[in-house]
Design a protein around this ligand. Sequence first.
Ligand code: PAF
Length: 286
Amino acid sequence: MIVARTRTSLHEARARLRGPVGAVPTMGALHAGHLALLRAARRREHSVIATLFVNQTQFNDPSDYAAYPRDEAADLAGFETSGVDLVFAPSVEEMYPDGFGTSIDPGPIGADLEGARRPGHFAGVATVVAKLFNLTRPTRAYLGQKDWQQTRVIDRMVQDLNLPTDLVIVPTVRDADGLALSSRNVRLSAEQRQAALSLSRGLSLAHDAWDDDERSPQALADLVKATVQAEPLATLGYAEVRHALTLEPIAAAEPPLVIAVAAEIGGVGLIDNVVLGNGLLDEIAP
Ligand code: PAF
């Protein structure tokens, strides 16, 4: 496995890779969700590039950026055992040299939900992902379902800017009790972690109601809201049922749809979702 820290060394190592090439963009703090992305890429591609960069411009809250877990040695070991061929782990200066001034505005798809909760977040994501795609030139990029809105923002950008990369969305990986894996989970105390289960519990109640033919977006969202709001340690951000691809409000809960929830627990922002619709998620078994 080659570790490139500069654009020049990345360029040289990338030129030696045989295609098709899969890219897995990460901010490190690898957990089983990242490993599922790496596994999906390893199975399908001839070569796999992982990127490791905690991107300050997508953190609207400096304390969240400061608290973001970092363990480069463990991350590199995780990439190595996942069969990654090339890691791009640049410094902040390498990604944002003096004079850097361009930012991609993802438009309406990034303005709402997480975009409203975290102003500037998706401009930061879109800009860094465009840079990472331009630098690594992947055939396909692997993204996690948990950050559903992020997948939609990147998909919109890939279409709008005619980037030659296809996206593969890998289903959310959960702990046995249902908690969606997130690098931020390590910041939860045992009690806060219990409260965090209200997100997946609310989503699963809504999913069950949908299975029982509930088609009112409001009724489904209300089930999630009530479950999270019943947790004294949780502050609900939003619970919404939207069109899975456009993220626009829908009159009836018919696929493709996403039920998305966000809450803050002990100062830690958590998100989760359920996606209903054919062909939206990678269907190769984990
Ligand atoms: O999902 C993440 O880890 C980040 O948002 C990404 C896609 C690596 C961009 O910094």
